[in-house]
Write a protein that binds this ligand. Structure first.
Ligand SMILES: [Zn+2]
Length: 322
């Protein structure tokens, strides 16, 4: 069974799934910029529920929100969104990368103690909510895995081994995907239990293919974020991977943030993001990307397979721990 924020579901109940979207995020210290809008929970909920209801009208039934512990994770908020939108939401345990997370909190613990912390959330629920994570998040920085990140990824792999949960990752600038496979592999985690996230941050088919060849899932999970890379490149690379025989390795999403606590680091007021990234929304894949991919020659059946069958198979690695 897969844990959602409203309780367990069977893998075949998940349906059409987006693998990486954020209901709500707050970067460490989000409350320190007094110029930013205050967080008004009821208003924020209405806004987010609207967006998820719209997504529901496109047939999506499940969304993974891989917010790590240290990015303002609020699973009660997620539960309300799931209840009101009818979309299954899956939350995670685990921590963000060293540069953007809160390494202060866990860095002095031994790896086993950190694995215990993740395991406790998985088995007993997050805080007093009773809500249990359905995945474990790992994260590494740009170009090199720091000692802190290596420890956290190792602890996450041990928690995955003890509980049977699968792993989902954050990477920077299409780097360190292979390191992630090596670190969790050394702890006995098979590649099909790892999604290497954010592999579409650069026009880099050789990198994407090299990951798929090792048996992990490859995240094309930032459609609409056209600062680092264009959607045109992402579509080209996705088709190249399908043509190379790796349709079954691809998972898709947008990495949207539907509610910001405070401002956006490096941008400022959350409203400004609309001008910078006009297509960055939960429904972009269905409104623009899938039709364009079909026009480029990717079969509609393959796209349906990528958004429905691949997530189910990925989560089945959860249901049958090795
Ligand atoms: Zn994300």
């Amino acid at each position: 069974m897969i844990q959602t924020v409203l309780g367990p579901r069977k893998p075949e109940e998940l349906g059409k799934t987006l693998i990486h979207e954020h209901v709500l995020i707050g970067y460490p210290g989000w409350f320190m910029d007094a110029r930013m809008p205050p967080f008004i929970r009821a208003e924020a909920l209405d806004r987010v529920v609207d967006a998820f209801q719209r997504l529901h009208s496109y047939g999506v039934r499940t969304v993974v929100d891989p917010c790590p512990m240290d990015l303002g994770r609020d699973v009660s908020f997620l539960a309300e969104v799931a209840q009101r939108s009818g979309i299954n939401l899956i939350c995670t345990t685990g921590v963000y990368d060293e540069a953007q997370g809160i390494p202060f909190a866990l860095r002095h613990f031994e790896v086993e103690a950190i694995a215990d912390i993740f395991q406790k959330e998985i088995e007993d629920g997050i805080g007093l909510t009773g809500i249990r994570p359905g995945l474990i998040k790992i994260a590494t920085g740009d170009g090199k895995v720091s000692d802190y990140e290596r420890k956290m990824v190792t602890a996450a792999a041990r928690a995955a081994k003890r509980t049977g949960l699968t792993l989902l990752s954050h990477t920077e600038n299409c780097s360190c995907g292979h390191d992630q496979i090596d670190i969790v592999g050394a702890e006995g985690i098979a590649p099909h239990r790892l999604l290497v996230g954010h592999c579409c941050g650069r026009d880099d088919h050789p990198y994407q293919k090299s990951l798929a060849e090792r048996g992990v899932y490859v995240g094309f999970d930032r459609f609409g974020i056209e600062i680092f890379n264009t959607d045109a490149n992402r579509m080209k690379n996705l088709k190249e991977l399908v043509d190379a025989g790796f349709r079954d390795s691809i998972l898709v999403s947008h990495d949207t943030v539907n509610c910001w606590l405070g401002g956006i680091p490096g941008v400022g007021h959350p409203d400004q993001v609309k001008q910078i990234l006009p297509n960055w929304s939960l429904t972009h894949l269905f409104e623009r990307i899938f039709p364009q991919l079909e026009a480029m020659g990717v079969a509609a059946a393959d796209l349906e397979h990528i958004v429905t069958e691949n997530p189910r198979r990925y989560f089945e690695a959860n249901a049958h721990p090795i």
